[in-house]
Write a new protein. Sequence first.
Length: 258
Amino acid sequence: MDAMRNITMTFIFFGFLLHVSPAWAVDALPFGPGERMKYEIYWAFIHAADAELEVMENVEMDGVPARYFLARARSASWIDSIYKVRDTIEAWTDMGVTYSLRYKKDQNEGSYHKKVDLIFDKTANQSYRYARGKLQHTIDQPADVFDPMSILFSFRKIPLYEGMHFVANVSDGKKSVKSEAFVEGVETVKTPRGKFKTYKVKLDIKHLSGVFQKSKDAELYVWFSADERRIPVKVKSKVTVGYFTMELVDYRPPRVVD
């Protein structure tokens, strides 16, 4: 079921190519523990999967305070008997969300099962990628490199404006790349959660593999709410096998800290 796997790839990669300067202060973050975003994923007009992003309680990573992000994707109930998907992604960064500390992915898609554990060594500026319990890749990394999920939260730290251009250091542990994103303009987007004034961001996908690499005219866009939260309210990708869309259906703001 290549189409179903492509749907989950849309969810996994929609934050892959964004970056922001690490100069922003921790207290400027527009997200925090308790924030949760729920999405429906469509293949063309068919509801095929559901996903959610959540900011978890802060933790310690090797004795250092860290931010903890969690994402889940699952196939819709009517698809489960055909191609059951249960994917979980976890990411940890420093408290200022300026670089990654660790990234874990647990893929369960039909008969395909794979666990990845990507550890970033800030001291050595290297990363170690374990798959199925074995070390498979060790590569050099820039100091401010992000994993495919935490880069999304880093991007949300700054105000957006039409014409903005971003450059990313992003790694999945197999390779580390610089890529780009562009704020194309302002649009009103309607989702099941309601109408949002948004900034439309086009992502450079030339470095992505899989269905994006194989699709000649592939495109990937994210719409962020034009407010202080900068919530990703919609994602749309165009690939050879069709259009995939992810839309916000529910939002819970961060917990208020006394």
